[in-house]
Ligand binder design. Structure first.
Ligand SMILES: *Cc1c(COP(=O)(O)O)cnc(C)c1O
Length: 388
């Protein structure tokens, strides 16, 4: 048995070694606290669970869904975009359900990339922006996100040879792993750039509903001209504590959505209708209050983590959004991986090495705020006593 060459192009899973060490520690009786993965600890809001319970008891929801999705689901997404972002979406041409943002982003690679094509991917970034192009037989080209530029890519610095072959541009604000938000004017520059270079922009909007200090994240599609050059992938996973449900939507350019639909109809059979019905409840005005409640939980945790890190001498900017704190590793370590190993070894705390998200993530570590307050504070206490 031999796996495909395509599969062999994927770099080894960088967390594998860390996971092995965590398992060994736990087996040895160490109380390991994980601040690694970004997976909300709070339950899915009751209004969503109740809508699901009702929907799943209806036999009509049990059959194959259509890939295009239910009318009422697409309408709910359209209403949400209007209310939340002031963006009009034609529910029939500009909205489709996705089985989580990850499915959508991966399949967009298959729908838009041929051999020799390039996808421009944020570095550090969500792994599918590089794994997707590789599995599609194309080439990811990294756009470094540097702290001194506010963690947005320098579009002018993209090598001309790569730009000529580029078909897709992946962006994600509010950003994982850096916690950065899109600065004023950035999306306008992206629209002009995409037009000039004939790129499809894929804006991964996994975190717009988790924001702090009064900041409200815009949709990329609220930028004039964005719908001509791009799509946005909206996910319910993080904002509504629904990671296991696999629910989201692709919205924006109708031709891009049609291409995605053609591809997808050969790959899967759509989003479970009961999950579509539950998602309608999440996206209703009542759902807004649930998302707002989660913002206050994460904001409180963020503040506590930032205070503790600062006390330990780690210079860190409080993020305006997301469930992550992104901070520089202390001096004296060869790599972010070495620092994270040391933290696991000495403090029994799992944090993510920045280098695992791309070469420009080197020198940083990521803390996820998705751990109950007391455990999170204990983990941060352990971290800061390491630093003293
Ligand atoms: C968590 C995450 C996703 C995954 O979203 P799903 O809808 O659960 O597939 C996508 N993009 C980013 C940047 C994420 O952090």
């Amino acid at each position: 048995m031999r796996p495909s060459k395509r599969l062999e192009r994927i770099p080894p899973y960088l967390f594998a070694e860390l996971e092995r060490k965590v398992a060994a520690k736990r087996a040895a009786g160490v109380d390991v606290i994980s601040l690694g993965i970004g997976d909300p600890d709070r339950p899915t809001p009751a209004l969503v669970v109740e809508a699901m319970q009702e929907a799943v008891s209806e036999p009509e929801t049990h059959q194959y869904p259509s890939n295009r999705g239910r009318d009422d689901f697409r309408q709910a997404v359209s209403d949400f975009y209007q209310r939340r972002f002031d963006v009009f979406l034609d529910r029939d041409a500009e909205v489709m359900p996705v089985i989580g943002a990850k499915e959508c982003i991966f399949n967009l690679n298959l729908a838009f990339l041929d051999e020799g094509d390039v996808a421009l991917a944020a570095d550090p970034g969500y792994p599918v922006y590089t794994g997707g192009p590789l599995l599609a037989g194309a080439e990811p080209v990294l756009m470094p996100l540097l702290e001194e530029r506010g963690f947005v890519p320098d579009l002018e610095a993209i090598p001309a040879a790569a730009l000529e072959r580029a078909r897709l541009l992946f962006l994600n604000y509010p950003n994982n792993p850096t916690g950065a938000v899109a600065p004023e004017g950035f999306f306008d520059r992206v629209v002009r750039f995409a037009r000039d270079h004939d790129l499809l922009v894929v804006h991964d909007n996994a975190y717009s509903e988790i924001t702090f200090d009064g900041y409200r994240a815009p949709s990329f599609l609220a930028t004039p001209g964005a719908k001509e050059v791009g799509v946005e992938v909206f996910s319910l996973s993080k904002g509504y504590n629904m990671t296991g449900w696999r629910a989201g939507a692709i919205v924006g350019n109708p031709d891009a959505i049609t291409a995605y639909w053609r591809l997808k109809s050969n790959v899967d059979s759509g989003l479970f209708e009961a999950v579509q019905l539950a998602s309608i409840a999440a996206l209703s005005p009542d759902g807004d209050a649930e998302a707002a409640e989660m913002c206050s939980v994460y904001q409180r945790r963020r503040d506590a983590v930032i205070d503790a890190l600062r006390e330990a001498g780690v210079q860190v900017t409080p993020p305006k959004a997301t469930i992550y704190v992104w901070a520089p590793i202390p001096a004296g370590y060869d790599s972010s991986a070495a620092y994270c190993e040391h933290v696991l070894e000495e403090a029994g705390v799992v944090i993510s090495p920045g280098g695992a998200y791309g070469p420009s993530g080197e020198g940083f570590f990521r803390i996820s705020l998705t751990t109950p307050d007391r455990r999170l504070m204990e983990a941060v206490e352990r971290l800061s006593s390491l630093g003293r």
